[in-house]
Write a protein that binds this ligand. Structure first.
Ligand code: HAM
Length: 432
């Protein structure tokens, strides 16, 4: 037997029917459509317009944008090269969005750009429930606004998306990371605090103590979480303007009746944040408890070559984690494409009629299925059931000769005989 192939671990296929991969359910393509459409609707209400960028970008853009020392850049990039150029599959969409904003001079269009995106991202993480190597993000970026209302609006659109699916078990955590001076000062304070405790830290944290001590704060090791409780708090190191901004963001969230918890230890895994940082958690995700995360990144545009500072704020969320939360809260999603009519045909002439008629009805707006294998009437009826057809039209040689067909109402089992030339009107009526 010749070799067959499998998708790469940490990636998955989305199929017409839901299936189980490594204990995780991957929803049907119809469920994905439904969820994506709902997200697009909410984005439209908030007037966010879609941006689509390539799935691969120059390595330097991502390294500079996301930060050399982050886990993402230091060990999770899928990279390749052609000639002298180095590329990566995009691990996120904020740096690409800012690249596009600068490249296409979107600032010259005037006002604030409110962009949304939805698409695959790639990180070479250890695959587990809720964590994949190819996953799908949706998110927004508000570019050109320093006002605290912009921060609050990105949170509002995020919350509205989850609320629109009926999700309730959500925990919004917020913090402020201050300006560009805050982090170095806080980093020093953390190093001073943790150095005498180094022998109690894990190897990973001890390494981070030298390079990126902020990351120790989101340790998953229980013993270290105890030590973190006594660590200096970022909020005590932030500048006055950032503190004011933070107060304003909290005020706007309260105006919108969005509840939040302040988390003084919330630091994000990407380097570009200044001021506001936030995350949305769900208890239904297991170890990967974060549904979405975001914040303000006023210095990124300059980092990517802009001659002036461009204030910006946004969030991104994983679609796979949204599905996990929906399953966890028992929210049912439509998972099939509807079939209005299934034509059951018996005999060569009837099959020919079905083939031609199905095409006509489809172009008139009906969702029509029929059998392509010349199976028995019984098998075709079973197939009609499997399709979840609302109506079945039954034709054989006799019906064709008499110019009539049987229309069967699948829910009630009621049947009636209808002239062939009245069928379309009759079916349209019923479907409406
Ligand atoms: P992030 O926290 O790295 O932020 O990712 C955002 C979300 O993407 C996570 O909360 C999670 O739902 C999903 N996600 C990340 N990695 C994986 C993975 N390996 N498997 C499944 N889902 C994953 C960012 O990417 C920032 N660009 C967010 C942002 C936008 N900040 C400002 N604007």
């Amino acid at each position: 037997m010749s070799k067959t192939f499998q998708n790469i671990s940490g990636t998955f296929d989305i199929l017409p029917d839901a299936f189980n991969a490594d204990g995780t359910v991957i929803e049907s393509s119809a469920s994905w459509h439904f969820v994506e459409e709902r997200i697009r609707e909410v984005m439209a209400h908030y007037r966010y317009l879609e941006i689509r960028t390539p799935v691969f970008e120059p390595t330097e853009l991502i390294a500079r944008g996301v930060g050399e020392l982050t886990d993402i850049v230091s060990k999770e990039l899928f990279s390749f090269e052609r000639g002298d150029t180095h590329y990566v599959l995009r691990p996120e969409l904020t740096a690409p969005a800012i690249r596009a904003y600068l490249q296409h001079h979107l600032a010259q269009k005037g006002g604030v750009q409110k962009l949304f995106y939805m698409g695959p991202c790639f990180r070479a993480e250890k695959p587990q429930k809720g964590r994949y190597r190819q996953f799908h993000q949706f998110g927004v970026e508000v570019i050109g606004a320093s006002d605290a209302r912009a921060d609050a609006e990105t949170v509002a659109v995020m919350m509205q998306i989850y609320a629109s699916f009926g999700l309730k078990d959500l925990v919004l955590k917020i913090n402020s990371l201050g300006d560009e001076q805050t982090r170095p000062a806080f980093k020093n304070a953390l190093q001073e605090y943790f150095e005498p405790l180094a022998s109690e830290l894990s190897d990973t944290s001890r390494r981070r103590l030298k390079t990126n001590p902020l990351r120790i704060l989101d340790t998953k090791v229980e013993r270290e979480q105890e030590l973190v409780k006594g660590a200096p708090r970022l909020i005590d190191y932030i500048d006055d303007a950032s503190r004011e901004h933070y107060e304003a963001v909290k005020g706007h969230l309260s105006d919108l009746e969005i509840s939040y918890t302040e988390d003084p230890f919330l630091v994000r895994g990407l380097d570009y944040y200044t001021r506001t940082a936030y995350e949305l958690d769900s208890p239904h995700l297991g170890a990967q408890s974060t549904l979405a995360g975001g914040g303000r990144y006023d210095l990124l545009a300059q980092e990517l070559g802009s001659s002036e500072a461009i204030p910006a704020v946004g969030f991104a969320a994983g679609l796979e984690r949204l599905f996990l939360a929906l399953a966890g809260e028992g929210v049912k999603l439509p998972d099939a494409v509807k079939t209005d009519v299934y034509i059951v045909a018996q005999g060569e002439a009837a099959e020919k009629w079905a083939f031609k008629t199905a095409n006509e009805w489809r172009s008139s707006g009906l969702h029509v299925a029929f059998d392509l294998q010349g199976r028995s009437m019984k098998a075709q009826m079973r197939d009609a059931n499997r399709h979840g057809a609302s109506k079945v039209v039954i034709v054989g040689e006799d019906e064709l000769t008499s110019g009539k067909a049987i229309v069967r109402e699948m829910e009630t089992g009621d049947q009636e005989t209808v002239p062939l030339h009245d069928l379309l009107d009759r079916l349209r009526d019923v479907v409406r």
